[in-house]
Write a new protein. Structure first.
Length: 150
């Protein structure tokens, strides 16, 4: 199962970073280039343990539908969202927050498994892993920018 890991140093309070990362409205704003919209479940505000959200977005030229659920939650240090329904065979996104002298270290660990067996593995190598890394980096940069203004 491929892993993408992104680390971001943020000059902001741990709780601010944690809450922005689980804020549905900010998620929508940070990925506006994908037309990402919450369409069911928790569609606004701060998502928490055992809550779920369904998203509609345009990725790789196609409208995608994805539902994820918060399966683990330890405020303000850690939460996990996992795919319940969507284009992946599976995914698990760990959001880790550590207090530092300068503020917060945010670590995203994104584990995913593509559908379609060998074809899916080929897609991982050719474009999917790079595409997902760019999405995570875009979101991390937006979160850093917003958190450092608060």
């Amino acid at each position: 199962m491929p892993l993408i890991q992104v680390q971001t140093h943020i000059n902001a309070d741990l709780q601010v970073c944690f809450d922005l990362a689980r804020n549905i409205d900010f998620h929508k704003e940070s990925l506006k280039h994908t037309d990402e919209l919450p369409v069911a479940g928790k569609i606004s505000g701060l998502i928490g343990k055992d809550e779920w959200v369904s998203w509609e977005a345009r990725h790789l030229g196609f409208v995608q539908h994805l539902t994820s659920k918060i399966t683990e939650f330890d405020s303000p240090n850690y939460f996990v969202d996992e795919m319940v329904f969507g284009a992946f065979k599976s995914f698990r996104h760990e959001h880790i927050f550590k207090k530092t002298k300068e503020g917060t270290l945010m670590i995203d660990k994104f584990y995913f498994e593509s559908p379609l067996g060998v074809l899916g593995k080929f897609a991982n190598v050719i474009f999917l892993k790079r595409y997902m890394r760019k999405l995570l980096e875009t979101r991390s940069k937006a979160l850093k920018t917003k958190a450092e203004l608060i």
